[in-house]
Ligand binder design. Structure first.
Ligand code: SAH
Ligand code: ZN
Ligand code: ZN
Ligand code: ZN
Ligand code: ZN
Length: 462
């Protein structure tokens, strides 16, 4: 099963059963960003509801928006909990103490001093993930460090920093050079001059290092929660940002930086590109992206009815979730490859199929996919499709999602994965060895049949 057994938690299961959604981890549902939400070091917490099947209402609580692993941020508060003044004060103190050791401004100053140093005095502490100035060496003597940090290394921080590997919270999957170059070429061919890079440090870095070349006019602003990047970029190039609650750690000034960047003076068209962690909550991401889109729109004087162009890079099995929030989006067949993900990268022997795709609100026919990699244009669908994706005459569409040739099921009235068979018990197609599960046919929030979690009447969506 190419791309079938991925380590992805949460909602869109790759080989999920058809019918209503399966319960998320531990029966948790996101309610969203409440106006009076308490804050943890990662900004305002999100409101969740803990549910048990069959129960009318679950108990609501706040938890960290960015960290799904309690080990990384253990913020927790019941919605109806009375928090004492002492605890509030302690919490504020805790939040202050859990900010990075240097501010972004300080890091920019440090960088300026760092590049003045001769090569032999340029060190990077691998343990602290920090550029070191000579006066600081002493404190890091028993740490592993790199010497002779070159300008080239400073220009590719995503190679210098180790990718964060926390599976649950913040696994960093870096684009393979080929995919990154494809994205940038596409952006340029489409005529964009500015890229809002949300959680795409490698794309940002590719743009930044080309920006020093004379005839290269594209600019990028990186929004990312990984503060290590503030060591390499100025406040006009990087904002410390949480994409699950649309929180700018740098406050109003950072907001303003972003706003300015989105303002398309002199016809400089902007596109947003994002590659969020896959374990992430789609509704939280969508709500933040809508706020970024609104920021873009506000900068437009004419106030025309367009949306900010966007590439949302995400696995194909989240398609229906993304379309729920962004009906104007469509999924492209292009398979995005990664450097440090065993499952998603090209193998030496032939291709490992990556499940990661580009979702966009641009007209699909404009997204030209590389013919030399087997993509072809389907004149009926008016978009580029992967080589294995056959146009189904009955569906009147190129129906494959994963790149393999899918087959049409007359009973389901749609195309399904080649490995699936129609199950008369479940009344839908599934893997041959699946277990027929009737319990899946109820909403896991309220336990009643007839609707999905996302439309459950017992949840008031914020
Ligand atoms: N493929 C991309 C990297 C994607 S990995 C590239 O090569 O450029 C996901 C990225 O999102 C990482 O850079 C990570 O630091 C960032 N990220 C994770 N959680 C985030 C959050 N809550 N807010 C903002 N960025 C986040
Ligand atoms: Zn150190
Ligand atoms: Zn087609
Ligand atoms: Zn079909
Ligand atoms: Zn079927």
């Amino acid at each position: 099963e190419g791309g079938g057994n991925m380590a992805v938690s949460g909602e869109g299961a790759p080989e999920g059963l058809c019918g209503p959604e399966r319960p998320g981890a531990g029966g948790l549902a996101l309610l969203g960003l409440a106006p009076s939400a308490p804050s943890c070091p990662h900004g305002p917490a999100l409101l969740f509801v803990k549910t048990s099947q069959g129960k009318e209402e679950g108990r609501r609580f706040y938890a960290c928006s960015a960290c799904r692993d309690r080990k990384d941020c253990n913020f927790f508060q019941w919605e109806d909990e009375k928090v004492s003044e002492t605890r509030l004060a302690a919490r504020e103190e805790y939040n202050r103490n859990h900010q990075p050791p240097f501010t972004h401004r300080q890091n920019v100053e440090r960088y300026k001093n760092f590049v003045l140093l001769p090569l032999s005095r340029r060190r990077f502490c691998q343990q602290c993930q920090q550029l070191l100035l000579p006066a600081e060496w002493e404190k890091h003597l028993d740490h592993q460090f790199l010497c002779d940090i070159s300008t080239a290394q400073l220009k590719s921080p995503s190679q210098l920093l180790y990718p964060l590997e926390n599976k649950k919270t913040n696994a960093q999957y870096l684009f393979a050079g080929r995919s990154c170059q494809f994205l940038l070429d596409l952006i340029i061919d489409l005529g964009f001059r500015r890229v809002l890079s949300v959680g795409t440090p490698r794309l940002h870095e590719m743009i930044q290092s080309k920006a020093s070349q004379e005839d290269f006019r594209v600019r990028s602003l990186l929004l990312d929660i990984d503060f290590r990047y503030s060591q390499f970029y100025t406040e006009d190039e990087f904002c410390h940002y949480n994409m699950f609650n649309h929180y700018f750690f740098g406050g109003e000034a950072a907001h303003e930086t972003c706003r300015k960047f989105l303002y398309q003076g002199s016809g400089e068209r902007v596109i947003m590109v994002t590659d969020p962690p896959f374990g992430g909550l789609v509704e939280a991401l969508a709500s933040s992206f809508k706020k970024l889109m609104a920021m873009w729109k506000e900068t437009e004087k004419e106030g025309h009815n367009q949306e900010m162009p966007m590439f949302w890079i995400f696995p194909y099995f989240f398609e229906s979730r993304i379309l729920e929030f962004f009906p104007s989006f469509s999924m492209m067949d292009y398979q995005v490859d990664y450097d440090n993900h065993a499952l998603y990268k090209h193998g030496k022997t032939g291709r490992r199929q990556s499940p990661v795709r580009i979702f966009t609100n641009l007209t699909p026919s404009m997204i030209v996919l590389p013919v030399e990699e087997g993509y072809r244009f389907c004149a009926v669908c008016q978009r580029y499709v992967s080589s294995g994706n056959q146009h189904c005459e009955i569906c009147n569409s190129c129906t494959s999602k994963d790149g393999r040739r899918w087959k049409h099921c007359v009973l389901c009235k749609k195309c399904v994965k080649p490995s699936w068979f129609h199950c008369n018990n479940c009344n839908c197609c599934a893997l041959q060895n699946h277990t027929c599960e009737k319990t899946d046919a109820v909403c896991f929030v309220c336990g009643k049949a007839g609707h999905k979690r996302s439309t459950c009447p017992s949840l008031s969506h914020t």
